[in-house]
Design a protein around this ligand. Structure first.
Ligand SMILES: Nc1nc2c(ncn2[C@@H]2O[C@H](COP(=O)(O)OP(=O)(O)OP(=O)(O)O)[C@@H](O)[C@H]2O)c(=O)[nH]1
Ligand SMILES: [Mg+2]
Length: 610
């Protein structure tokens, strides 16, 4: 075996928001990949529009910096548990990882999950305690907690002997001793060169594992991955080995490597490097691209199973087809199946109804991001409430269970434990920090988590952080009775007016402003009582000939409650849908008329009595 000393491959892993992308910024800025005049801003790697809006990383991405003559290939990964499929997908390109831990929050559920992944893959870890510039940072304590985590997860003794670097990613500084003043990020880069093993290489015919795909209008599909053996150059003949079907024969068009934010076209690249190649029309993530001389497949990438499912259907509302560019079954189906090429932890399935598809993902946010992406591309469709995915093993019904971690203030313990016990959660850990903050951990079935996020934010008045992470499958605990109240449903089609909405506000909160087009069966508000109420929000005030002195005084409406997409899919019940178009999001009953709904309730009651 040989090593390539001119390269290091590292993945940056951490819990959400611990500063991974900001640390990549710091490394890029330090290595002067930008001209001095160039304004580059922050979170440079979060280029996708949704990533920028939400301030989170959704997709793993590659970049590289040159330092002391060595190219460090860096893979930035998302920290949100719903996107952990991305971490699993890219981690095998690396030989080492930077495990970031926030100097105040310490190790969190996702820290544990990603560290376990990294250690199982045999990556050399470097612990980076980040945000040391923050006032309340508790560096010694956080280091101790991180050591505990390694004790639990290490697969060999030498993994316990990890180097530690202390950083402020925002200030672009790193130090090896806490308490000393940093001046740049060089100590971190030096540590990477010293500690992360250079890539092992094997001579022989070309072989690479595809870990990511990109698309270019001119170049077509771009396959990204690490070369495990041999070399690749433009015009080389190759074989693509996919999971199913016979190997495809192609010729490589171009070869690129990474540097800064750009891909650099190169004549050839060698084992140990991370490259992007074009010319392979039918390539998927997990495929091996190899020389025809020795076409051997590398082990395929495995990612965890989805836990949550919902249906995506053609928009059947009375406004269907009005606002989207793509609204047919064929278009919806093609788009969903295309997503599978890159979104590895997603599953799509046809259902008994030709207009409806079952889509499975890693969590509500995973599915919500797909919905939002499709909406922006011009699709319109309707989605159902997310449900936990159950399965039967040896005749026993099982359901997914998660660990839920809540950080909030003491005063909310009572209300939270009460809310959560209704959702079949069990308290497993409680830690106070001596002031008024509290850390709570629960064991909770995934079904109990659906709809909990917005309830949690309301109950804690925004003073809380919640994180959940998949634990495993356990025996089904029985249904949870819905805790949601009823809704206000439009009884006529038309334009909502102030007078009608004012009447609705006599019954509850409303979701729409005057001037909104509504249809019969559309949900226009929330009723504090359990029952649904049909209400005509288009109803105008009766016109009289007499002008009374009070009739013209404008009615003051309470501003509408605006639900975000995630809140909307969290909010709806099983007999409801969210209609999503490029322009609007509407909530509706599945059965649009009051008569249909009453008949449905009556037949459900009859079947219970029998
Ligand atoms: N004070 C301080 N804030 C930091 C530091 N590093 C990151 N932050 C802030 O923490 C927030 C999250 O940073 P990101 O870099 O987006 O975190 P991330 O780990 O990439 O997040 P995900 O990709 O969504 O998991 C941002 O508001 C950063 O400005 C730091 O060293 N000090
Ligand atoms: Mg990030």
């Amino acid at each position: 075996m040989n090593y390539r000393n001119d390269i290091r491959n590292i993945a940056i892993i951490a819990h959400v928001d611990h500063g991974k992308t900001t640390l990549v910024d710091a490394m890029l800025k330090q290595s002067k990949v930008f001209r001095d005049s160039q304004k580059v801003g922050e979170l440079i790697m979060d280029q996708n529009a949704l990533e920028r809006e939400k301030g989170i990383t959704i997709m793993a991405k590659n970049t590289a910096v040159m330092y002391r003559g060595v190219k460090i290939n860096i893979i930035d990964t998302p920290g949100h548990a719903d996107f952990s499929g991305e971490v699993e997908r890219v981690i095998n390109m690396a030989d080492g990882c930077l495990l970031l831990v926030d100097s105040i929050e310490g190790p969190m559920p996702q820290t544990k999950f990603v560290l376990r992944q990294a250690l199982e893959k045999g990556l050399k870890p470097i612990v980076v305690i980040n945000k040391i510039d923050r006032q309340n940072s508790r560096i010694a304590e956080v280091l101790r907690l991180t050591e505990d985590l390694f004790l639990k997860l290490a697969t060999s003794a030498d993994q316990l002997d990890f180097p530690v670097v202390y950083t402020s990613a925002t200030e672009g500084t790193a130090v090896r001793e806490p308490g000393t003043a940093g001046k740049d990020i060089a100590p971190l880069l030096d540590c990477i060169l010293e500690e992360v093993p250079p890539p092992q290489i094997e001579g022989g015919p070309f072989q690479m594992l595809v870990s990511n795909l990109d698309y270019d209008n001119h170049k077509g599909k771009i396959a990204i991955g690490r070369i495990w053996r041999g070399k690749v150059a433009a015009h080389d003949p190759v074989v693509c080995l996919s999971a199913d079907g016979s190997p495809g024969h192609y010729e490589i068009s171009e070869v690129f490597t990474y540097l800064g934010l750009k891909r650099l076209e190169v004549a050839e690249a060698e084992a140990g490097d991370i490259v992007a190649v074009t010319g392979i029309e039918k390539v998927g993530i997990g495929d091996t691209i190899a020389s025809p001389e020795q076409p051997e497949a590398l082990p395929r990438i495995e990612v965890g199973e989805p836990t949550v499912e919902m249906t995506f259907g053609v928009n059947t509302s009375p406004f269907g087809g009005r606002e989207g560019r793509f609204s047919t079954t064929r278009q919806l189906r093609a788009r969903l199946y295309k997503e599978l090429e890159t979104n590895l932890s997603l599953r799509v399935q046809d259902t008994d109804s030709p207009d409806t598809f079952l889509v499975r993902g890693r969590g509500e946010l995973h599915l919500a991001i797909l919905i939002e992406t499709m909406r922006r591309e011009g699709y319109e469709f309707e989605v159902s409430r997310p449900e936990a995915i159950t399965k039967v093993v040896d005749g026993t019904l099982l359901e997914p269970v998660e660990i839920l971690a809540l950080d909030t203030r003491d005063e909310y313990i009572g209300i939270l434990t009460e809310m959560l016990s209704k959702r079949q959660a069990q308290l497993t850990d409680m830690r106070k920090d001596g002031v008024d903050n509290i850390h709570l951990e629960f064991h909770i079935p995934t079904k109990g988590l659906i709809g909990f996020r917005s309830a949690f934010l309301t109950a804690t008045r925004g003073e809380g952080i919640m994180n959940a992470i998949f634990l495993g499958y356990e025996a089904w605990q029985g249904d949870i009775t819905s805790t949601r109240s009823g809704v206000l449903v439009a009884s006529e089609q038309g334009t909502a007016v102030t007078y009608g909405l004012n009447n609705a506000q006599g019954r509850g909160l409303t979701f729409i402003e005057p001037g909104t087009q509504v249809y019969e069966g559309m949900i226009v508000g929330m009723n504090p009582r359990p029952r649904d109420i049909a209400i005509n929000v288009c109803k105008e005030k009766k016109k009289t000939n007499m002008r009374s002195s009070t009739s013209d005084i404008a009615v003051k409406l309470t501003p509408a409650v605006q639900l975000s997409l995630e809140q909307a899919i969290d909010f709806i019940n099983r007999d409801e849908l969210v209609e999503v178009t490029p322009e609007n999001m509407r909530l509706r009953k599945k059965l649009l008329t009051q008569a249909q709904r009453l008949r449905d309730i009556a037949s459900a009651e009859r079947s219970i009595q029998q």
